[in-house]
Design a protein around this ligand. Sequence first.
Ligand SMILES: O=C(O)C(=O)C[C@]1(C(=O)O)C=C[C@@H](O)C=C1
Length: 286
Amino acid sequence: MKKLAFLGPHGTNSEEAAIYMANLCKEKMNLVAYNTIQDAIQAVAQKDVDYCLVPVENSIEGSVRITLDTLAHDVDLMIESELIWSVHNQLLTKNPNAKIHTIISHIQPLAQCREYLKSHYPMAKTESVSSTARAAEKASCYGDGYAAIATKTAADLYNLQIIDTDIQDVEDNFTRFILLTNKDKVKKYQDVANMMIICQIDGRAGSLYELLGDFACRKVNMTRIESRPARTSLGEYIFFIEIDANVDKDILQEALMQASKKCFWLKNLGKFPVYKASNKLVNEIN
Ligand SMILES: O=C(O)C(=O)C[C@]1(C(=O)O)C=C[C@@H](O)C=C1
């Protein structure tokens, strides 16, 4: 049976999304929990597992930097598909009658609920841990006065009560998850919606403009660009570029070839379909 890694322990958003993804793949998969996102990605690179499903971007808080940095610097993996997952943050505690003084969660949900926490628990301390389920586990173990922002599943698993639901600052809260695998295993799809590349260019005036021009002049739509430190020197950056891959494949290939000539290096993470958790291809929905 194939193995799919996710950020654990049991009860994370990642696990719920991984269960959904395993069903989408119509394959029986063994889901394996890892302590960090980095460990889950490395498990694929080291071929301990076949896939991992990791968060890459949230609609409120933006990039999951550890995913981007690991993809750029530490591994050479491909994206097989993407899943857009609706995230519902619940406030959980062991004893609803005790005054809450500490709220524990993963940094992403703590940020997704910043305004709520400021207005409802202005005096409470926040503590960030490796995942929402880990936060629930801790809140359960510490008891009175501790709360966790986590999933409904985590409330059941760690014996906590839900004292408030959907506490994120914006009701619609989506996280994009990507399914990563090794180059020799990646499936090729006909219907692709997205493509991701990572590259480094020189710091000359106009070099980014010229690179983007290779896509613009062919009417290839760039949907996202993000820079992160190149880790070579202060002020040197790498770029994560996402492209609407639903275009003529020869035009896309030509744009990529021309763009790659302008880069020190360019990593192509592939073209892939994007699913919404309603189980439909995004290009079919729109
Ligand atoms: O802690 C979890 O439950 C996770 O699955 C991680 C994670 C993240 O890293 O963004 C995943 C989705 C949500 O945005 C919140 C947290």
